[in-house]
Design a protein around this ligand. Structure first.
Ligand code: PEP
Ligand code: MN
Length: 445
């Protein structure tokens, strides 16, 4: 049985990217509260997802992971959650139908509230304050009061995540995710864009296939509901530790704050607290691997995080950037594959492609995103490994945060509707376009 170190031992190991809380008593109170709250997810659900990711690792399924860079408390509304879910379901339908591959659907939601930052401080017009670290830690407003880390926010993360998951669970089991709805997910959208029309044509084909299936008497459960799971970066030790519980079936620890949790590019130190904590839990987990990752780093992470080489346990999420993936990824994949390590390879085509537009907005080019995914497919195809999935920052709304795509959003359009409090997300049209392009790559894979 795996033993979880106590919180202070974890901190003593060294934990990058943690907030400095001025009021220790308030931290203890928040953690004590979080230790008593019910789980957000069940260990058995985490095991089911692990089985599905094992199929991804074997090359039999494709993982679609997506959602906001940073969720916000204010963003927990019925419209917002539904729109995010809807675009993910539409993308999954495109991938499943156009590429005939089972799609494992995981929302970057119900816990994605804490952000690692490249700088501890932010300066605006000569004023320097602590950086915003996500609603889990401090406020986005640029005032000294708002930027003070407040541990009560961790309890708010739990409550907001519970509300989000409650809605998601109702949507995916209560008829909204029924395949008969493929058309209705698109009704407000079809006339507005060419990708909407392309989706409509696909939805018609699906509808015909469903009618045929029903006519011959086949109407399986799978037509009426979907499996949907949650994921987030496990960043703030107080939160993840308090929500790590012993599963009564197996007596093993699970982090019940989400089904899948990952370690970010900035917190994957082999001897650090995040790797230690995630090595002890039994959830399916991921690690982000950026362009500085050596093959030995990847092997050492796999040895520590998945010593039994359990299929579905470990996902490597690579985020190299469009210009680096074709040179940087092959030696990593070759060495991991040669070592017989069971891993699902997933492409995050967002975090290596961020730049600042002349207007000052942080943005990404749609073409760079696609080019990184194409590079990922080409590298895996050349080596004979399976390009197992994509991990994207997206929203179901018509925001203007990434440039390019079929609507050809320009840098000068960014200010029109830029709502992300952290990284730029693909909007609904761009997300759907991505899914059609990835479906084509999958068909050839
Ligand atoms: C993220 O996923 O929002 C993130 C910060 O990614 P990375 O750790 O890869 O930089
Ligand atoms: Mn991000």
């Amino acid at each position: 049985m795996s033993v979880i170190p106590d919180l202070s031992s974890l901190h003593a190991m060294g934990a990058a990217q943690q907030p400095f809380y001025p009021d220790r008593g308030a931290v203890d109170a928040a953690v004590a509260r979080l230790r008593t709250v019910p789980p957000l997810v069940f260990a058995g659900e985490c095991d089911e997802l692990k089985e599905k990711i094992a199929a991804v690792a074997r090359g039999e399924a494709f993982l679609l992971q997506g959602g906001d860079c940073a969720e916000t408390f204010a963003g927990v509304t019925a419209d917002n959650v539904r729109n995010k879910l809807r675009v993910l379901l539409q993308m999954a339908v495109v991938l499943t139908y156009a590429a005939s591959v089972p799609v494992v659907k995981v929302g970057r939601l119900a816990g994605q509230y804490a952000k690692p930052r490249s700088s501890d401080l932010e300066t605006r017009e000569g004023v320097t304050l602590p950086a915003y670290r996500g609603d889990a830690v401090n406020g986005f407003a640029f005032t000294p009061e708002s930027r003070i880390p407040d541990p009560q926010r961790l309890v708010d993360v739990y409550n907001s995540s519970a509300a989000t998951l409650n809605l998601v669970r109702a949507f995916v089991t209560g008829g909204y995710a029924d395949l008969r709805q493929v058309h209705s997910w698109n009704t407000d959208f079809v006339k507005e864009s060419s990708v909407g029309q392309r989706y409509e044509a696909l939805a018609e084909e699906i509808e015909r296939a469903l009618t045929f299936m029903q006519a011959i008497g086949a109407d399986p459960d799978e037509f009426h509901r979907v499996d949907f799971h949650s994921c987030h970066e496990a960043l703030i030790l107080e939160y993840e530790h308090a929500l790590t519980r012993i599963d009564s079936r197996t007596e093993e620890p699970y982090d019940v704050s989400g089904h899948f949790v990952w370690i970010g590019e900035r917190t994957r130190q082999l001897d650090g607290a995040h790797v230690e904590l995630l090595s002890r839990i039994r959830n399916p987990i991921g690690v982000k691997l950026g362009p500085t990752t050596t093959p030995d780093d990847a092997l050492a992470l796999a040895a520590k995080l998945n010593p039994a080489n359990e299929p579905g346990r470990l996902t490597f999420i690579t985020r190299f950037g469009a210009g680096r993936i074709r040179d940087g990824l092959p030696h990593l994949v070759e060495k991991v594959a040669a070592s017989g390590i069971e891993v699902a390879w997933v492409c995050d085509p967002m975090h290596g492609n961020t730049f600042e537009a002349s207007s000052g907005y942080k943005t990404r080019r749609f073409d760079d995103v696609i080019e990184e995914v194409q590079g990922f497919f080409d590298v895996h195809r050349a080596i004979g490994t399976w390009p197992g999935g994509v991990h994207v920052e997206l929203t179901g709304d018509d925001v203007t945060e990434c440039v390019g795509g079929g609507e050809d959003l320009l840098e000068m359009d960014l200010g029109h509707r830029y709502e992300s409090v952290c990284d730029p997300r693909l909007n609904r049209v761009q997300s759907l376009e991505l899914s059609f392009l990835v479906a084509e790559m999958l068909r050839k894979a």
